[in-house]
Design a protein around this ligand. Sequence first.
Ligand SMILES: COc1cc(C(=O)O)cc(C(=O)O)c1
Ligand SMILES: [Mn+2]
Length: 340
Amino acid sequence: KCRLIACEEAWSIPEVAEELRKVARGPSQSSDKLLVGGIYDADHDTTGYGKMNFLEGLKDIENQRLPQMDEYGVDMHLLTLTAPGVQMFDADTATELAALSNDRMAEICRKYPSRFAGLASFAPHSPKRAAKEVERAMTELNLNGLVVNSHTNGEYFDDPKFWPIFEAAEAHNATIYIHPRGPSDTLKGPLMDYAMDSAMWAYGVEVGTNMLRMMAGGVFDHFPNLKICVGHMGEMVPFFIWRINFMNSRAQEVGRAPKTKRSMEEYFKDNFVFTTSGVEDPLALRYAIDRMGVENVIWAIDYPYQPMKPAVDFINDFECTDDERHALCHGNAERVFHIN
Ligand SMILES: COc1cc(C(=O)O)cc(C(=O)O)c1
Ligand SMILES: [Mn+2]
């Protein structure tokens, strides 16, 4: 039996849930408010999200999560503070709750060192304090990397204001997992109907847009050793990478896009890894492995938003070599997230 480490596993704490409940009742116009209302203010839910009641599963470790991990043979969950994390709060509240969440996460990892690892949160809208939290998380708390939920207040990671965070991440060999959230105010336009604001479509557009802005904006020329992880089979980028590369190269030639030292394909291959979270499609996985290299592909469940058993069956039934299985199921995760 292959060791199974699931690498996009959502979790939350009561203090963050309570703060999100206040956001749900507040004036925010963020596209995330639908989901936040449905999950954290479900008794007032007007959006239908609440019917899927994820909140118990998010806060739980011992009652459901661990027993299911035992039942289905999942050795570890790499925990992340679930989207939108602390990014809808003011910078001070966000900084405080990120630290509290990281402390709680570290406690769980200390209590169950062979079952849980964790990605630390930070407040991107307070970059200097975020860089300090990165250092604390990676040294004092001994956590396994970082997680952030794409944009903050509509700003993307090609903006140099965020670069102190990348400096700290690079210095501590901390991979940053860029997880989705609803589309920013400038992106959301036609995405707000038919439930397209959610994981069905806009989540991928939001993260994919952030990824391309980073690659085309030259972030990896400034931070050549920065490692980014994304979920959902690479947020559509692996399928589109030929066209992205061709059109960006042409844009650079005619001066429409800034010159970069390396190509979009090279940045995606060298500075990104991605997980299978929420895309349980064997053909998509086989393409991703063959196109981007198996060392860049990591198995994940996306619990509790995806049920655990189908995601385990998906990877156990996937046709691959022993080396590929080793890489997908735990080898890549151990390397990228420093898991023993
Ligand atoms: C933060 O809330 C989420 C909701 C869902 C969903 O299935 O509705 C999926 C994800 C996710 O893909 O991580 C996150
Ligand atoms: Mn997720």
